[in-house]
Design a protein around this ligand. Structure first.
Ligand SMILES: Cc1cc2nc3c(=O)[nH]c(=O)nc-3n(C[C@H](O)[C@H](O)[C@H](O)COP(=O)(O)O)c2cc1C
Length: 359
């Protein structure tokens, strides 16, 4: 039986001290140029002190053209290095590990923020999005690799490629829209090529002490579940990734339109040979028993999102008390402030999840 407090040895990089990971959460607290702010540092360090074994940053853009949110963290330039160094050192001092989530918005990027034309795998005359040339696709693969190398230089323990939720990496996997004819689209092999090249080029550019994670959605966003199962099994076999993070929004969810009693989304992935890669899951984990249940099912790691907003010390408390449950939502703005969310994060949260906030 796996316990929440068990360390996790990864294929590459320092072992994780326990099974609880702070899920990546956009918080709009960075400076306008993407450098780390004191508020963002304090939000993450509070969770490191609160017992999480691995602290995942918010989605950080690997190129300015990929920026989606104001106040988004950047990792596209050496001007971002000093902040990332401070982050790595502060988290390491608590005994926890750190990881930057590497992101590019693709067709969902915001020109008004970045000043760059919006590009993605396909053209969209209505929105003015331009399909990337093959050369541009290969340049973005390089941008991901350069960002990972920057994270390693800063002393961060690893990265997670954001392949979930319909951003650029996920757009390449989109069977409805990615009809590229240049080997990066059209069929399952073509659609999978971009993400495989991204993780492979990161592996080539970083050392054996640096871990590589990949977050994937497995349905919606134009994804085909059977193709995703196949892709995951190939990625696990390749040895290029150390952590696979399945973003399920609800770990007990059935595939869309599946009849009651069908296998859950998670169950489609649990039995694939892992080849030493750790399998993590995210979605509605709000208590020690929720986490224990997914570990008992066979997951290796649990990503905690909203429950870690509600309680910075979720990990420490869940490890100490099998009956622990995070404070339930809605919570007050003052509660969020006392949990070390800065004003920008409080506003972002209130705007996007108004039902979780008490007025
Ligand atoms: C405020 C907020 C910001 C988020 N930002 C990101 C993000 O930057 N990258 C990402 O992959 N997921 C993001 N997510 C999704 C979470 O990582 C997590 O997968 C999701 O909230 C489900 O887990 P939970 O039920 O424990 O909250 C965000 C979620 C929240 C609530």
């Amino acid at each position: 039986m796996t316990n929440l407090s068990d360390p996790m040895v990864l294929r590459h990089g320092r072992p994780l001290p326990n099974r609880l990971i702070l899920a990546p959460m956009t918080n709009q607290q960075s400076h306008a140029n993407g450098t780390l702010s004191a508020d963002e540092l304090s939000w993450l360090v509070a969770r490191a002190e609160g017992g999480f074994g691995l602290l995942q940053t918010a989605a950080a853009y690997v190129h300015p053209a990929g920026q989606v949110w104001p106040g988004q963290l950047g990792i596209s330039s050496d001007e971002h290095l000093p902040g990332l160094e401070r982050l790595a050192a502060a988290i390491s001092a608590t005994g926890a590990r750190s990881s930057v989530q590497l992101h590019h918005g693709g067709v969902r990027a915001e020109k008004a923020l970045s000043g760059h034309a919006v590009v993605g795998p396909w053209n969209d005359a209505q929105t003015g999005v331009r399909g990337m040339t093959t050369g541009e696709v290969q340049q973005v693969v390089e941008d991901f690799a350069a960002a990972a190398a920057r994270a390693e230089k800063a002393g961060v323990d690893g990265i997670e490629v954001h392949g979930g939720h319909g951003y650029l990496v996920g757009q390449f996997l989109d069977a409805s829209n990615n009809l590229r004819q240049d080997g990066y689209g059209t069929d399952p092999t073509g659609r999978a090529r971009f993400v495989k090249e991204v993780v492979h080029s990161i592996r080539e550019r970083t050392g054996p002490d640096f871990h590589i994670g990949l977050r994937l959605s497995v349905e919606r966003y134009g994804l085909v579940l059977t193709d995703m199962v196949h892709l995951v099994s190939e990625l696990l076999a390749s040895g290029d990734i150390d952590i696979l993070d399945l973003s399920l929004w609800d770990v007990a969810k059935l595939p869309a339109n599946a009849p009651e009693g069908s296998r859950t989304l998670l169950e489609h992935f649990l039995e694939l040979p892992r080849n030493g890669t750790a399998l993590g899951v995210a979605g509605h984990l709000a208590s020690a028993s929720d986490v224990q249940r997914v570990l008992d099912q066979g997951a290796d790691l649990a990503y905690i999102g909203k429950a870690a907003i509600a309680d910075h010390a979720f990990a420490r408390r869940a490890i100490a008390d099998p009956g622990y449950r995070a404070p339930s939502f809605p919570v007050t703005r003052d509660h969020l402030r006392s949990e070390k969310l800065g004003e920008s994060f409080v506003t972002y949260f209130a705007t996007n999840w108004p039902q979780l906030l008490e007025n």
